[in-house]
Write a protein that binds this ligand. Structure first.
Ligand code: ATP
Length: 140
């Protein structure tokens, strides 16, 4: 089977509500819950792609990146008889927007506190990202 490499970028996006920190998750059509992310297009760097995808997939444009967080995950899946080897780079960002307008690329969205977000995210690599950003989120 043919192997293809793909690269996406995304943001673990959170906001504050009172003293709570709420993380944004999207419900993907293939069934999983994950952070906002998407393919890096020609001419874009990782951060530009993450910002554009966040705008397209959630309508959110105010993002302040938390310095010191940049994590990559890797996974492989089969699509159209091709093996897709995918790398996704994630940044961490805070927003002051609570309103989310999802695109037709997703089914739903939800803002959840850490423990619930950890439970809701489908894949272990996404849960690991939450663990990795936890201390930065709670000190920011
Ligand atoms: P993008 O949002 O980068 O444009 P996409 O929506 O085309 O991507 P993915 O979200 O990468 O596609 O999903 C493609 C396949 O990979 C699906 O079968 C999905 O279940 C699986 N998948 C998605 N995220 C992960 C992950 N973090 N770990 C393992 N498998 C995943």
């Amino acid at each position: 089977m043919q192997e293809i490499s793909e690269k996406s970028a995304g943001i673990i996006l959170f906001r504050e509500e009172g003293n709570k920190k709420l993380f944004l998750l999207l419900h993907y059509p293939s069934g999983h819950w994950d952070f906002v992310k998407g393919r890096i297009e020609k001419g874009e760097d990782e951060m530009q792609a993450a910002i554009r995808e966040t705008r397209e997939e959630t309508g959110i444009i105010d993002i302040n990146f938390i310095e010191g967080f940049k994590e990559k995950i890797h996974y492989t899946y089969v699509h159209d008889n091709k093996i897709i080897k995918k790398e996704v780079v994630f940044f961490l960002g805070i927003t002051y927007s609570s309103q989310v307008i999802i695109s037709d690329e997703h089914i739903d969205h939800i803002w959840l506190e850490y423990e619930s977000a950890y439970t809701k995210t489908t894949y272990q690599n996404a849960k690991n990202l939450l663990q990795k950003c936890r201390s930065l989120v709670y000190t920011s």
